[in-house]
Design a protein around this ligand. Sequence first.
Ligand SMILES: [Zn+2]
Length: 368
Amino acid sequence: MTTERIPQLKDFSAASLDAAFAALEAEARSEAAALATPGAVEAFRLEWLGRKQGRLNEISSLWLKSAPAEAKKLLGQRFNALKTAVEGLLDAALGAGPSNASLAAEAIDITLPGTRRLMGAEHPIIKTLNEIVGVFQALGYSVGVGPEVETDFYNFESMNFPPGHPARDTQDTLVIANQERRPLRDRLLLRTHTSPVQMRTMEQHAPPVRIVIPGKVHRNDAADATHSPIFHQVEGLCVDTNVTFSDLKGTLDHAMKALFGSAVKTRFFPSFFPFTEPSADVQISCIFCGGKGCRKCKHSGWIELLGCGMVDPAVFAFAAEKQPAYDSRKISGFAFGMGVERIAMMKYGVSEIGQFYSGEMKFLNQFA
Ligand SMILES: [Zn+2]
């Protein structure tokens, strides 16, 4: 029995009851004032209000049951008052949260340095991509985007990749599984370049068109220092009457000067792409040595940076199926494309492409 926690009552007079209940309430108040932890508050609740072992329950069974009939009313009133007081103390302990004692323990030292919130910043790839796009927007180009899961038609056929072209090989292209029953042109793949958006744009808009296309592309490439199976491209397309190769050269020369500085020179070499004829590779004078020759440019003084060319009439013929105004006898155009990672690596002196995707804060903080 725990009767020692409940004092013996000498008699059931009002004065005796008042004294006994006042002592219990004082005890409860002093205990409640010292409650410092949630665990202590719960122990307090069990001690006083617990259904089986609680002191109020014991008072009820020891005093109320043994009281003479004429004292039961006086006793009951005081019992209820004590119960209300203890419940109030418990509510206060629960609601007020930590007591003074625990607040003192958790007190904040306002002389300590604060917790610094990190400012967000553009990822170097997005930053570079936006810079490139911005150069062409300033020339009046609008921005086009398209799906990353493409059909063979938009990714290859309409871009004049002949059947059997090595780029169609699954060793280079990531294809969606279980497409064999579909006609080749409807089969889905992860786009290997942003060029499909050129065709999608021409199908929607008659010439003139000036569009710059930023986006993510996918190739089944093993990752190494300069390759990643996912990377970013910016392509451009300009179609109008009397667009010439001189316009292409002037546009790209301006863009490279805007991106790398006005001292940069450009030069064009014959190349091959299925969707342009003639095609060219563009080199810029080495931004590290100014053209004198260094390790970065393999002592040539030049760095190859992008591909371009005049839009092949075969590509216009696909566009003309939906927009007859793409008649290669009346209009002409040029297209170009560049890898964003390659440009970002050059601009920021990054030697491992994988660092861009590592999520490593030490690396990314340098660009913030
Ligand atoms: Zn160099």
